[in-house]
Design a protein around this ligand. Structure first.
Ligand code: AMP
Ligand code: ZN
Ligand code: FE
Ligand code: FE
Length: 291
């Protein structure tokens, strides 16, 4: 059984519609798929219908932009009640932060002599609920300024690069609690990916476990074998579920093909057990796994 618990559609910064993503998962031999668009559940209904059509088991999730000590942490949330008001309100703040940062990014790019407008970016983000830097990157690719999203981040959009603009992210521990109160479970996405720093570390994680954190995404393309080994040991120590996933973004991210990393069936079962417990404790009407 192939289980892939972290993927993006065009509802955030992937390049496939939710239905195309589910269909692609079937073709890639993925049996259990989680849709985890950035900061939104807007793709869920289309994905549910497609999962029923193509016979894929679907876990409804999202990847929430959070912050710990001023640094970004991506938090995967599975099976929360998406109508729980504190969750809705905080996601709205995050989405507003995304929208609010665009004028600044465009202005900086223009100062650098690049002829780019808000319309150019909107042409790339289309109907996305959560537009992001990848859409700015796509606009730069479309203009021939850079060859790829990666080059756009390396030269302009990544943290510390000249067109980088900070945006609001939800404080991490309160968000772990909010998702639990919404009857869902949380897993830290690529905990030691990209930034290269080895945080959150064990000291950061202990209070998060107390707050209801369920797992760590250990097997991810941004983690070296040594990092995976270390994170696996920490997960074992803290009794956290170990997940693995592709973080697929369609053609938007190479090396992240569906099923490139997977979650072991027994770890998936543990995650579902914790979700069932959170759901019962919350008293919220939480979504079921489809199929
Ligand atoms: P944003 O959500 O607007 O802050 O943009 C962050 C998103 O951009 C991440 O979730 C990734 O999907 C993508 N991303 C971050 N770094 C890179 C990179 N170096 N190359 C391509 N995509 C990236
Ligand atoms: Zn993304
Ligand atoms: Fe992420
Ligand atoms: Fe992601």
């Amino acid at each position: 059984m192939r289980i892939d618990l972290h993927t993006h559609s065009r509802v955030s910064d992937g390049t496939e519609s939710p239905a195309e993503l589910v269909k692609a998962a079937r073709a890639a031999g993925v049996d259990v798929l989680a849709l985890t668009d950035h900061d939104t559940s807007a793709g869920w209904p289309e994905a549910v219908a497609a999962a029923q059509e193509y016979g894929v088991t679907l876990v409804r999730g999202m990847e929430i932009s959070t912050e710990l000590d001023g640094r970004g942490v991506h938090l995967l949330a599975y099976l929360p009640d998406p109508t729980y008001p504190p969750l809705v309100e905080e996601l709205e703040r995050v989405l507003e932060g995304r929208t609010g940062r665009f004028p600044g990014m465009i202005a900086r790019l223009r100062q650098l002599g690049i002829d780019i407008t808000a319309e150019d970016v909107l042409a790339q983000s289309g109907d996305a609920a959560a537009s992001g830097r990848p859409h700015v990157a796509d606009a730069l690719v479309a203009k021939g300024v850079v060859a790829s999203r990666d080059e756009a981040f390396d030269r302009y959009l990544g943290m510390g690069r000249p067109a980088y603009v900070h945006r609001y992210a939800a404080p991490l521990e309160p968000m772990v609690r909010t998702v639990a109160a919404a009857g869902g479970v949380t897993v830290i996405a690529h905990p030691w990916g990209r930034s290269g720093r080895q945080r959150p570390d064990e000291d950061d994680l202990a209070p998060l476990v107390e707050a209801g954190l369920a797992g760590l995404e250990v097997d991810h393309q941004d983690h070296s074998p040594a990092v995976r080994e270390r994170l696996r040991a920490i997960a074992r120590e803290l009794d956290l579920v170990v997940t693995g996933s592709s973080d697929h973004h369609g053609t938007g991210k190479s090396g992240h093909e569906l099923g490139v990393n997977t979650t072991a069936p027994q770890e998936y079962a543990r995650l579902l057990e914790r979700a069932a417990r959170a759901s019962a404790a919350s008293g919220r009407p939480t979504p079921e796994v489809v199929g």
